[in-house]
Design a protein around this ligand. Structure first.
Ligand code: UDX
Length: 536
């Protein structure tokens, strides 16, 4: 089928390249001249697994790029709208870009067009697009507007697209439903997976996907409700993590126990710094606003947002607890992206925390495997430097902060880290390590929803005194109020040795747990075991 995709952001570009990959003729339009020129030259502007591969496979043949929406519309039977819908100051979605595209489509119409709304939009947008097209001269009967929300996650966007759980299509005619079914058939019936050059199917994906046909309004609500529900799970587990800290329980154990209930499931129960990214914060806020406009006060979502914001503040309090004063402290920061496997820093909790620390006059040495170029623009400040690797960032730092769940950060050489840091302090906002393991290495370790372990102070940090025995580790309450009620279980094992074997075992176990299994690493080190992959 001949398809136009308007917008070449995360959703538009992945959709365009993936439609070409499953056999369609695609023309992707964007009004950003530089971006289009880069794409035409084969430069992929975002860090997304398999995307460069499928773009280079089809670019110039089944996939072309243009700066003219009207040209793309004229060449196609189906037009996907995939432009941005940023949040307005009032918390609603800004639909002005969507309206502009509707106008362009109406002006270029040269035969029947199926107009597919793929950007995340509030309920009723389908009707507004229809109206905008009529107002701009598109003849009734010459087009139909369909809602087809996208559920792709950054980092796994291409495989999410090619191996979806479901394809949701909100439309009002059988003709539109048939066309949509035809477009997606290779990924719904699984025939794409059998092609010799197919991008490999992730193990956990379904062999056959569901095609869910609904009204346009239901489709629009499915998208907002899905993202709000997932965000609610993240806030829920973060709230439970706060209770864990107060009573001396371990959130990893609690999440594993809760998630083992099939009715609940183990995904999206990973406590940390809260959710970020281009979707959850925007969509939760837009859903709340749209419900309010329709006459319903969705107070649950207020709490989801509040818990999420508090999570960052709670982490900053831990930094202060660990370091006392912040002014002039040098901090190594691992991770700037809003989650691992992406270069996206939009609404990144890591960036928010770095900004807050810079405002307190800390100096930061940061490292992220993919997000540093974007961060340099956002965090243009003389007190921040960017390192070439994690250990360079740690050199002479007063503490190490882990802020993004990159796989690379799950297997650090802890002995080396300790030798590079001025003080053996690690603050982990992603629970990538087991507290006992850290204690065994003589590191003070503050994480989320687990009791902090604090190593015995070293008289002279320059002297590189060997790490303490595990028995020397003492517990303090994570809020630093001196209350000392929750003993850390230490097994007395001596932390002097290098423990990379255990670390890579922990990393392996995290991978195994991505499939929902609980794991132990065989060396008495409990590992994060809530059944979630660090990046899922
Ligand atoms: C999300 C939705 O999953 C996707 O369907 C939608 O199309 C776009 O928004 P994405 O923003 O790429 O995708 O990230 P996702 O993997 O869903 O994670 C969202 C945020 O929640 C991240 O900041 C992540 O770190 C956080 N998160 C996720 C947790 O803190 N804990 C978890 O257990 C899971």
């Amino acid at each position: 089928m001949k398809i136009a995709v308007v917008g070449s952001g995360y959703v538009g570009l992945v959709a365009a390249a993936s439609f070409a990959e499953i056999g369609h003729q695609v023309i992707c339009a964007d009004n950003d001249l530089q971006k289009v020129a880069a794409l035409q030259a084969g430069i992929v502007p975002i860090h997304e697994k398999f995307l460069p591969e499928i773009i280079s496979r089809h670019c110039g043949e089944r996939l072309t790029f243009t700066t003219s929406t009207q040209e793309a519309v004229r060449a196609s039977e189906v037009v996907f709208i995939a432009v941005g819908t940023p949040t307005t100051e009032a918390g609603a979605a800004d639909l002005s870009h969507v309206e502009c595209v509707a106008r362009d489509i109406a002006r270029a119409i040269n035969g029947f067009k199926l107009v597919v709304e793929k950007s995340t939009v509030p309920v009723y947008t389908n009707e507004w697009v229809h109206r905008a097209m009529l107002l701009n001269g598109a003849p009734e009967g010459q087009f139909e507007v369909v809602s087809n929300p996208e559920f792709l996650r950054e980092g796994t966007a291409v495989t999410d697209f090619l191996y979806p759980d479901r394809v949701v299509v909100g439309c009002s005619s059988e003709r539109a439903a048939q066309m949509m079914c035809e477009i997606y058939s290779p990924v719904i019936d699984g025939t794409y997976a059998n092609e010799p050059t197919a991008i490999p199917r992730p193990e956990e994906s379904l062999l056959v996907s569901q095609f869910i046909q609904t009204s346009a309004r239901s489709a629009e609500l499915i998208k907002h409700a899905s993202n709000a529900f997932l965000a609610m799970r993240v806030s829920f587990i973060n709230a439970v993590a706060n209770v864990c800290e107060l009573v001396g329980a371990d959130i990893e154990e609690v999440a594993r126990g809760v998630g083992a209930d099939k009715r609940i499931g183990s995904r999206f129960l990973r406590a940390g710094l809260g959710y970020g990214g281009s979707c959850f914060p925007k969509d939760v806020s837009a859903f709340k606003t749209v419900a309010q406009e329709c006459g319903y006060e969705f107070r649950l979502l207020d709490e989801v947002i509040r818990i999420n914001e508090d999570q960052r503040q709670a982490f900053l309090r831990k930094v202060r607890t660990a370091l006392w004063t912040l002014k002039g402290k040098r901090l190594a920061v691992l991770g700037l992206a809003f989650k691992g496997d992406t270069d996206d820093i939009r609404e990144s909790p890591a960036v928010a925390i770095v900004k807050a620390l810079l405002a307190q006059e800390c100096s930061i040495a940061a490292y992220d495997p993919a997000a540093m170029e974007r961060a340099k623009v956002e965090l243009a400040c003389e007190n921040i430097s960017y390192a070439d690797g994690p250990y360079e960032a740690m050199h002479q730092a007063d503490a190490l902060l882990i802020l993004t769940d990159w796989e690379e950060f799950t297997s650090l050489d802890l002995a080396r880290a300790k030798s590079l840091l001025r003080y053996p302090i690690v603050l982990d906002g992603r629970n990538l390590y087991d507290p006992e393991l850290m204690a065994g290495h003589g590191l003070s370790y503050y994480s989320v929803g687990r009791t902090a372990v604090v190593s015995k102070p070293v008289a002279d940090p320059e002297s590189q005194v060997p790490v303490q025995n595990g028995n020397d580790i003492q517990a303090i309450s994570p809020n630093g109020n001196g209350h000392n009620g929750h003993a850390v279980h230490t097994n007395g094992h001596n932390g002097n040795g290098h423990h990379n074997g255990s670390l890579s075992a922990a990393a392996k176990a995290m991978k195994a747990s991505a499939n929902g299994g609980a794991s132990t690493n065989g060396s008495n080190h409990a590992i994060p075991k809530n059944g979630n992959h660090p990046r899922k």
